[in-house]
Ligand binder design. Structure first.
Ligand code: SF4
Length: 369
């Protein structure tokens, strides 16, 4: 049976991880720019879904679709794809391929037009290589105990953090000169996701040879995990000149609504610590959140201005994502003064992002999605 992977740039890390997982079970995924028999697999987010929906519906082969959008909207996607892999695919995708090959019913974790049985397994990261011939970033942790209202990560991977072992990470990191990681929060490595374990981060960093980038693209950190001790570890072992974290709002009221689990004060302290230690803070913000008042938006704008005095801000415009608590919320508009200030800051290079074409930037997150 020939199995293909539809090349989609936003899903390149999923290709690396899933082709490695399929290889473990004896299946080779060949990259393709069009659907091809016998089977073509897709990984879709809520933007790419609109682009590939018709192609999948008209494909002259068996189609298998996974990814964050397919997982959140599996009934809808099963209306035009043959099989939908719901949630993580390392175990489910090879099991499905084997069922297709042998003419059996799909395994749990797969939806079709005729029904869905949820998966009853969780993937242990050490059970699968992070990549094989198709190289990708090394996913060191999966799952997130926080429940930010706009984010698909805990809904897709659960709220219990799982980690790849130090030995496995250093084995795969040895294949890179520049070492970068996929994780919802690099400084949560080895922990329950809430209580930092500096000893485990140190053991990981000590095991690596090469230029290590930790807490920057594509695996960022949360602001309250930034302390003098965590920065010291990064400065001692890594090549970072930046530290990337999410503030999302300059209003504590909005942060509470979002269930972010940190305060504006945490963000200000993290920015100061970066500055004092010679790291450039790169800070994410979301504007247009549904419960943001004019004053909340002004407070965010003030925080953006203060961040850009010493670092960079990435601005996203809120986009409701399926499967999240805010999926049915409508974005609110930007104040004229917000557009003016952002335009000015963008011109001098202090901010990036696309708050006008919001869908493009909102998907900066998570090569693991
Ligand atoms: S935004 Fe980050 S911290 Fe919040 S739920 Fe998503 S992954 Fe977790």
């Amino acid at each position: 049976m020939k199995i293909h992977w539809r090349e989609i740039s936003s899903a390149s890390n999923s290709f690396a991880a899933l082709s490695a997982a399929c290889e473990v079970h004896g299946y080779h995924l060949e990259a393709t720019k069009e659907p091809r028999p016998d089977v073509t697999c897709y990984s879709l987010n809520s933007i790419s879904e609109r682009i590939y929906r018709d192609e999948i519906a008209g494909a002259d082969c068996i189609t298998v679709v996974g990814g964050p959008h397919a997982s959140a909207c599996y009934r809808e996607v099963a209306g035009y794809a043959d099989y939908v892999v719901v949630g993580e695919g390392e175990y489910t995708l090879p099991a499905l391929l084997s069922a297709i090959e042998e003419g059996r019913a799909p395994p749990p974790g797969v939806a079709t037009a005729s029904g869905y049985t949820p998966a009853h397994h969780t993937v242990l990261l050490d059970g699968y290589p992070p990549f094989s011939d198709v190289k990708g970033f090394i996913e060191i942790s999966r799952g997130c105990p926080f429940g930010c209202g706009y984010c698909q990560t805990p809904r897709l991977f659960g709220r219990c953090m799982r980690h790849r072992s130090v030995d496995e990470i250093s084995r795969y990191a040895a294949r890179f000169r520049d070492i970068r990681f996929v994780t919802p929060n690099a400084l949560a490595y080895g922990s329950d996701g809430v209580h930092i374990r500096l000893d485990r981060i140190e053991r990981l960093l000590q095991s690596l040879n090469g230029r290590v980038y930790f807490g920057t693209f594509p695996g960022e950190v949360r602001p309250e995990f930034i302390s003098q001790q965590s920065i010291d570890l990064i400065l001692d072992h890594c090549a970072n000149t930046r530290l990337h974290f999410g503030a999302q709002s300059g209003s504590d009221q909005v942060l509470r609504h979002l269930r972010r689990g940190h305060t504006v004060e945490d963000v200000v302290r993290a920015v100061d610590l970066c500055r004092e230690n010679g790291l450039t803070p790169v800070v994410d913000f979301i504007l247009g959140l549904p419960f943001e008042t004019d004053d909340d938006q002004r407070a965010t704008l003030d925080l953006v201005r203060s961040v850009t005095r010493v670092g960079k801000a990435h601005i996203h415009y809120f986009m409701p994502l399926p499967g999240t608590p805010l999926q049915n919320s409508r974005p609110r508009g930007l104040l004229p003064e917000t557009e003016k200030v952002l335009g000015r800051l963008a011109l001098n290079g202090s901010i990036t992002g696309s708050w006008m074409e919001h869908e493009i930037r909102f998907f900066r997150h998570s090569p693991h999605l």
